[in-house]
Design a protein around this ligand. Structure first.
Ligand code: ADP
Ligand code: MG
Length: 626
């Protein structure tokens, strides 16, 4: 073929424009793309050679070589893979075949602001070479073709390219980048090596570079004729489970996570079915310092056929599993997949669901078989896992089984299933209380009647608990019920005699209640007699559908507006202080002091703060000195 000049397809021009104008901040990815193409070319040769082993010619060892030439200002990526015929060079390097890429480009073109980061995260392919090069020359010979059937393709990456036939004995492809002015940083063995190990360490072919050695005469590092591999060349996760030792899994985890501690658990599987992928997922033993940063990503790396695509893989793991580290390697996703396309892809959704379920079964397994380990896990990550109750409705039931709490029976480790197993005859609900600290929860007056009757109450003290409970209404068919909300209805747990007595006491107590209501009309929505108290004179509760005072306090601390609803004061008619109120004559001003103190104390007992502590102290002192 005589030398010809041909024009790029319109979409290629768009890509070229985008790549050279928007990807400047992430230019090193060109090497990832070229190495990945070289590796693909070797895969293709291997595949075609299945039917025709002659294609291997005299070079059966497939490999990629990368080097640079300081004088010529070039970087070359060479492979001995399938190669390109002249027609293929025109076709593959002048047009875009894949509809996904075309769509993506069309969309980016339509957007006003082109997010360089976004573009950087999708494989831009061969054309990314033009980020750093103002001319790319490709020389190639297809496997099986004659030495005089080689091709040279060359372009400045603007409107057109040249092709011609050349003499080329070597099978495979050289991609030669002629660097732009200002891109000298890439003329460095160290630089190229570090990019390769960052992006291409797990390419399963050897990637070779000329060995550097110290020259005593010149007193500098020089390039030798010897070649050495710069990648590890065997992705751990592609190997079969039975060939990998526990120590190797742990070592890989360290590289992946920069965590010095061994992981708590891991799972490694090849998933087959509608979409094929390999997952190697780890649960760390210790929470990272930035666990609470929900925007932080990077736990799970996405590879497509062993080529690193991104570690910003929100699409691959739900936020509440952000502590999981690992690798997902898909056999089906296109390499040049954008983050946006990722989120819309059904394959990705299937991978995400599959990986979520995997992590949950790994946790279930630890919870079931290694209780101490699970307790460690829970202490580190429990509060994060709780976010899943609200975020992942499909797995809510499984997540609920993984929850662990403190309760009036144990300071930690109580599962909802344990609780249900211990429920009293006739008990219909799972009772809980929320508070700022375990001590405050334990000391809560609302618990008294439950203690007296030996009914377990869960003590919830994580900030996320209130939010979680707004999504978890029941477990195993039993409703979850706050002991600090609404009236206590112990249902069948209270016998008829008790109920009758309570009603009688309440009736006899009515006049005092009326006086209390008047005294506290600015502070309490209602005042009523209760049977939930044993040792305390009074407690604060909120209506069934009102926000708990604990949540209201959390919101206030976070600087948000909490609805200013008034609470209900419940008093214990049997308590001495309340009896004293009863005995205080109509018109006696001490009644008002006592009423206010009763309310203030109830507030303090549940961890609240007084708006006017000074007045509270004065009232107490008046009574003490009376
Ligand atoms: P993709 O790799 O996703 O197909 P690229 O833009 O990276 O997209 O490459 C476009 C095409 O060019 C490839 O599909 C392949 O046909 C061809 N190609 C690129 N590099 C090589 C190479 N080193 N050897 C053989 N063919 C190549
Ligand atoms: Mg490619």
């Amino acid at each position: 073929m005589e030398k010809q000049t041909l024009s790029f397809q319109a979409e290629v021009k768009q890509i070229l424009h985008l790549v050279t104008h928007s990807l400047y901040s992430n230019k090193e990815i060109f090497l990832r793309e070229l190495v990945s193409n070289a590796s693909d070319a070797c895969d293709k040769l291997r595949f075609e050679a299945l039917d025709n082993s002659a294609l291997f010619e005299d070079a059966p060892n497939l490999e990629v070589r990368v080097w640079y030439d300081e004088q010529a200002r070039t970087i070359t990526v060479r492979d001995n893979g399938i190669g390109l015929s002249a027609e293929e060079a025109v076709q593959h390097l002048g047009t875009i075949a894949k509809s996904g890429t075309r769509e993506f480009v069309a969309r980016l073109e339509g957007e006003q602001k082109k997010d360089a980061k976004l573009i950087g995260q999708f494989g831009v392919g061969f054309y990314s070479g033009f980020i750093v090069a103002d001319r790319i020359t490709v020389e190639s010979r297809r496997a099986g073709a004659r030495p005089d059937e080689g091709v040279r393709w060359s372009s400045e990456g603007t409107g057109d390219f040249e092709v011609e036939t050349i003499e080329r004995p070597a099978r495979g492809t050289d991609v030669i980048l002629h660097l732009r002015d200002g891109e000298e940083e890439f003329l460095s063995a160290w630089k190229l090596k570090s990019i390769i190990s960052k992006y291409s360490d797990h390419i399963s072919l050897p990637i070779l570079m000329p060995k550097q050695a110290w020259d005593e005469e010149k007193k500098e590092q020089v390039t030798t004729d010897e070649w050495e591999p710069v990648n590890k060349a065997a992705a751990l996760w592609t190997r079969s489970k039975s060939d990998i030792t526990d120590a190797q899994y742990q070592e890989f985890y360290k590289q992946l996570s920069y965590d010095s501690e061994p992981p708590l658990a891991y799972t490694h599987n090849r998933v087959e079915g509608r979409t094929e992928y390999t997952q190697l997922l780890y649960v760390p033993a210790k929470a990272p310092f930035d666990l609470w940063n929900r925007d932080k990503r990077g736990g799970v790396k996405l590879y497509v056929k062993r080529v690193f695509i991104m570690d910003d893989a929100e699409a691959l793991m739900p936020v509440y599993l952000r502590f999981v580290k690992g690798v997902i390697d898909s056999a089906d996703l296109p390499l040049n997949v954008s983050r946006e396309l990722l989120q819309e892809s059904r394959d990705v959704k299937a991978i995400r669901d599959g990986c979520t379920k995997r992590v949950l079964s790994m946790l279930e397994d630890v919870a079931e078989n290694q209780k101490d380990k699970y307790a460690e896990f829970w202490a580190q990550f429990g509060a994060v896992l709780k976010e899943g109750i609200g975020e992942d409705h499909a797995n809510q039931e499984r997540l609920a089984r993984l929850l662990r709490f403190a309760s009036t029976q144990a300071d930690a480790g109580v599962s909802l299933a344990d609780y249900v197993g211990r429920m009293k005859e006739g008990q219909e609900a799972i009772y809980y209380i929320t508070a700022d600290t375990l001590a405050a929860a334990k000391g809560s007056p609302q618990l008294e009647v439950f203690r007296k009757k030996g009914i377990e109450v869960l003590l919830l003290t994580d900030r996320v608990d209130e939010w979680m409970l707004s999504h978890l209404y029941e477990f195993d068919g039993k409703p979850l019920q706050s002991v600090a909300k609404g009236g206590v209805d112990l249902g069948k747990l209270q016998d008829e005699a008790e109920k009758k007595q309570a009603e009688e006491t309440a009736a006899a107590f009515k006049p005092v209640l009326e006086r209390l209501k008047t005294a506290l009309k600015d502070r309490a929505k209602d005042v009523r007699a209760t049977t939930r108290l044993v040792d305390s004179p009074a407690c604060i509760v909120v209506d069934e559908h009102d926000m708990s005072s604990h949540l209201a306090r959390l919101l206030k601390q976070a600087g948000q507006d909490a609805p200013k609803g008034q609470p209900i004061l419940e008093v214990n008619p049997a308590h001495a202080l309340v009896k004293r109120l009863e005995a205080t004559a109509e018109g006696d001003e001490r009644f008002d002091d006592l009423a206010q103190i009763l309310f203030d104390q109830a507030l303090l007992a549940e961890g609240g703060q007084l708006e006017d502590p000074a007045t509270y102290v004065q009232r107490i002192n008046r009574l003490l000195t009376a």
